[in-house]
Design a protein around this ligand. Structure first.
Ligand code: CU
Length: 144
């Protein structure tokens, strides 16, 4: 009788574990990996409708172009005025989710007047977030 109860408990915990593992992509990332926006700074004022440079920072992980599967690498995605996308799906590609599939570590963007947010999210060779996902702090820039 005790044996049956133990098996039932195991099955329950295994079933509960499934949705958790589905919250990230399949490609592992080093636990220490860390993305950050080197420029602009959080709260920085930039000129509206004028190009400015955004620097992508990454520690304890490497950059590889899209389609290249190599351990502990990925490519940058710049999220503009949006929240993090689902971590178990391919990162969208639109004006709010820019892919840097050539392995770029900086870009130039311009923003209309107002308050905007920028955030980096790493994706693997298939544009999926890693496990655990590697993303920067979301920063605010003011364009005026
Ligand atoms: Cu991508």
């Amino acid at each position: 009788m005790y044996k049956i109860i133990a098996v039932a408990a195991f099955v329950t915990s295994a079933a509960l574990a499934l949705p958790v593992s589905a919250l990230a992509g399949a490609t592992p990332a080093p636990a220490a990996a860390h993305a950050y926006i080197g420029y602009p700074n959080d709260g920085q004022v930039v000129a509206a409708n004028k190009p400015f440079r955004v620097w992508f920072g990454l520690r304890y992980m490497g950059v590889a172009p899209k389609g290249v599967k190599y351990p502990n690498t990925g490519h940058h995605h710049l999220l503009i005025d949006t929240d993090l996308p689902p971590m178990d799906q391919e990162i969208p590609s639109d004006r709010n989710h820019l892919h840097f599939g050539a392995g770029e570590t900086e870009t130039t963007i311009q923003l209309p007047p107002g308050k905007h947010t920028l955030q980096l999210l790493m994706g693997d060779d298939m544009h999926m977030p890693h496990n655990p996902p590697v993303y920067s702090k979301k920063i605010t820039v003011i364009a005026r």
